[in-house]
Design a protein around this ligand. Structure first.
Ligand SMILES: *[C@@H]1O[C@H](CO)[C@@H](O)[C@H](O)[C@H]1NC(C)=O
Ligand SMILES: *[C@@H]1O[C@H](CO)[C@@H](O)[C@H](O)[C@H]1NC(C)=O
Ligand SMILES: *[C@@H]1O[C@H](CO)[C@@H](O)[C@H](O)[C@H]1NC(C)=O
Ligand SMILES: *[C@@H]1O[C@H](CO)[C@@H](O)[C@H](O)[C@H]1NC(C)=O
Length: 197
């Protein structure tokens, strides 16, 4: 390679690094923010629990949100009288470790995109009005420790993809409408064991 070509290549690499790296870093907490704003938009919030989620400033400053290194790691919305729906955008909170919306009036289905949350340890959706099936993509949640889907209106198969999650300690499926099991559950899995036909 000629000297000129080498110089050009190095210059191009340096330019790329200086342009791309800040863009990538800058987009992380902005995308967290966009996901939370999309979530808020799909919720009803009669008690104004999400008043501070106004789309301004750092989302780490909003109520019910906790961060590490400026990334959203915890969304804690238990017992806040919320209605409305979960949204696919939640699957974009790529640093999320803990998501809880237990004891609200949230309805609709569980977005398959939640299966993208590689760092998620706790998924707490108990005591809502969620319906439809359990997405098999939840079987991708390699960090998941606690899966609480009890007291909803879920139907269909408890997907076998969930059976081998390496870190799962407890999964509660009790008190849903019509769930059946696609695998032989161990004591980790709490619920009515009916094998699927
Ligand atoms: C977060 O809140 C603190 C205290 O209210 C404030 O000083 C800080 O500027 C806020 N940060 C951002 C990025 O909004
Ligand atoms: C993102 O984090 C940086 C610090 O890492 C902070 O200065 C900036 O305000 C944050 N952006 C948003 C939208 O909160
Ligand atoms: C499972 O969920 C049911 C119904 O919400 C609850 O009563 C029970 O205590 C839970 N069990 C465990 C072990 O989490
Ligand atoms: C288990 O199934 C029985 C019979 O279908 C039903 O009556 C009961 O409510 C179910 N219990 C739970 C915790 O889902």
């Amino acid at each position: 390679m000629s000297m000129a070509a080498t110089c050009l290549m190095l210059l191009t690499l340096a330019l790329r690094a200086s342009l791309i790296i800040p863009l990538v870093y800058g987009s992380d907490n902005d995308s967290d923010k966009q996901a939370l704003v999309a979530f808020k938009k799909s919720l009803t919030d009669p008690d104004n629990a999400l008043q501070s989620w106004d789309g301004s400033g750092n989302p780490c400053n909003w109520t019910n949100i906790y961060c590490k290194n400026n990334r959203v790691t915890t969304v804690m919305l238990g017992h806040t009288n919320l209605g409305g729906h979960l949204v696919p955008e939640l699957g974009g909170l790529s640093a999320l470790e803990y998501l809880s919306v237990f004891n609200n009036k949230i309805e609709g289905t569980i977005p398959a995109e939640l299966g993208n949350l590689e760092k998620l340890q706790v998924l707490g959706l108990s005591e809502n009005q969620l319906s439809g099936g359990i997405p098999p993509s939840l079987g991708n949640l390699k960090s998941l420790n606690l899966l609480l889907l009890d007291s909803n209106r879920l139907t269909g198969e408890v997907p076998s993809e969930i059976a081998n999650l390496p870190n799962l300690n407890r999964a509660n499926f009790s008190n849903n409408i019509d769930l059946c099991w696609n695998f032989w559950p161990t004591p980790t899995f709490v619920g009515n064991y009916t094998l699927c036909k």
